[in-house]
Design a protein around this ligand. Structure first.
Ligand SMILES: Cc1ncc(COP(=O)(O)O)c(C=O)c1O
Length: 439
């Protein structure tokens, strides 16, 4: 057994769930075959504990590293900060510079609070919205982290977990008293949204939603939500944690011309260093003055330093244009290779969050694809978040690998259909993630 596999086996005994993030569980890719642990990650290259080398054609740090791993400019800024001490009894000045920068990029915003992870900042924003409005009910569309306020949406009527709105996310441990405080609607489902407004409008603290995920918003959708939420006295929070900085510079809402009352950033803003921000109007963030929101490590200096350097580099390189080009090329390479060998796939959505889907036997084919791509030296599945570190040189070898892998997959399917695919995987089929409220 490989060192990586051995360590993961041990981890599952020591660390409940094996890892700290659902999306990094090896079972989500190719159980017993995925490299599991990175000894080193630079650019779009990863070395595992067994000394194997891979190009990363997955989400590149679950969307955290838009500039690529271990970017030298971000490293320099962070190392300088560390050398000068990244923690002391005083505050880091970088948090003020970063707050100013975020408000300069989003001129509608006047106030900023920081945390270190996406789930934390979403919880802070919801707390602020509840404190500002004096109301409890939250309407949700999208994924916003692991906190009680969010999982409360999954509290069903019975003690069993019936009535799950976000399939796959269990609300075990969430107080049942929170039932009815978080309500969900699917992206673009005006009827479901209207129902929430009609029934809970006078108790609605906020709507929290991703302004978009993989596709442009339907015409008038975001404006409609904003106007309705405001009509009933609630606040609108846009979660830009994944789409922010990738589609354009700053929040995607800048492109759509719809300003929320608060917006959230994390992930790509620190390029691998923990930093998260909620920006908002003074009025919306009034509750932040009265509510107790405070934590020691929200005052360290690496996060805001990394974010300042990352934002500067993202702007200088116009990274959103670069990754759109890379993503479009990868989508075309998937489609061309699949078509050449008669494998049916679809490649919908934004190139900055490029993905494809197998038309038949999705999970089995996805697992086989991952297993065969690993053998070609690529960490790959059906989703690829391009970075500044991916270039034509990497895409060329990737194209060659795709050609071989789709040829092999087509031959396996031809030989024995789904059963042959399962056999060729040589291990268990990957597990599904949770279903999102937004495509
Ligand atoms: C839109 C959105 N919000 C919130 C989160 C949670 O962020 P984190 O994993 O940093 O807690 C994620 C993570 O995938 C996300 O995509």
């Amino acid at each position: 057994m490989s060192i990586s596999e051995n360590l993961y086996k041990h981890a599952k005994q020591r660390i409940p769930a094996g890892t700290q993030l659902l999306s990094k569980r090896p079972e989500m890719f190719a159980p017993n075959q995925w490299p599991n642990y990175a000894a080193k990650a630079v650019g779009c290259e990863v070395w595992d504990l067994d000394g194997n080398h891979y190009y990363d054609m997955t989400t590149n740090g679950i969307g955290a590293c838009l500039l690529g791993y271990s970017d030298p400019d971000i490293n320099k800024a962070v190392i300088d900060r560390i050398t000068n001490g990244c923690m002391s009894s005083l505050n880091p000045p970088e948090e003020v510079y970063l707050a100013d920068k975020l408000c300069e990029i989003h001129p509608w915003a006047e106030n900023v609070r920081f945390a270190r992870t996406g789930g934390e900042i979403a919880a802070i924003a919801v707390r602020i919205a509840r404190a500002t409005t004096g109301r409890d009910v939250v309407a949700i569309c999208g994924y916003h982290g692991w906190s009680d306020w969010y999982l409360a949406a999954n509290l069903g009527d019975s003690k069993g977990l019936d009535g799950v709105h976000l399939p796959g996310l269990q609300p075990a441990g969430v107080p049942r008293g929170l039932k009815g405080t978080s309500l969900t609607f699917n992206y673009g489902d005006k009827e479901a949204f209207d129902k929430i407004i009609a029934e809970y409008g006078d108790r609605l603290a906020c709507v929290i939603m991703e302004p978009c995920r993989n596709n442009m918003p339907p015409e008038g959708w975001l404006e409609y939500i904003r106007d309705e939420v405001h009509r009933v006295g609630g606040l609108l929070i846009f979660d830009e944690i994944t789409i922010g900085w990738r589609l354009n510079f700053g929040g995607s809402h800048l492109q759509f011309g719809v300003n929320p009352d608060m917006a959230l950033f994390a992930k790509a803003m620190g390029n691998g260093h923990p930093i998260a921000a909620v920006i908002g109007t003074k009025e919306a963030m009034d509750g932040a003055h009265t509510s107790f929101i405070s934590s020691t490590y929200w005052t360290e200096g690496v996060g805001p330093t990394a974010a300042l350097a990352t934002i500067e580099k993202m702007e200088k390189t116009k990274v959103w244009e670069y990754v759109a080009n890379i993503g479009n090329t990868v989508k075309k390479d998937w489609a061309d290779a699949a078509a050449r060998h008669g494998v049916e796939i679809t490649t919908p959505g934004f190139p900055c969050l490029a993905h494809f889907g197998f038309k038949e036997n999705g999970l089995e084919m996805k697992t086989l694809f991952t297993v065969l791509m690993l053998k070609q030296g690529f960490m790959a599945n059906t989703g690829m978040y391009p970075t500044l570190a991916h270039n034509e040189e990497v895409l060329k070898i990737h194209r060659e690998a795709l050609d071989k892998v789709f040829a092999e997959m087509a031959a396996i399917v031809k030989k024995g259909g789904k059963e042959a695919v399962i056999e060729a995987i040589g291990g268990p089929v990957c597990q599904t993630g949770f279903a999102r409220l937004i495509d």
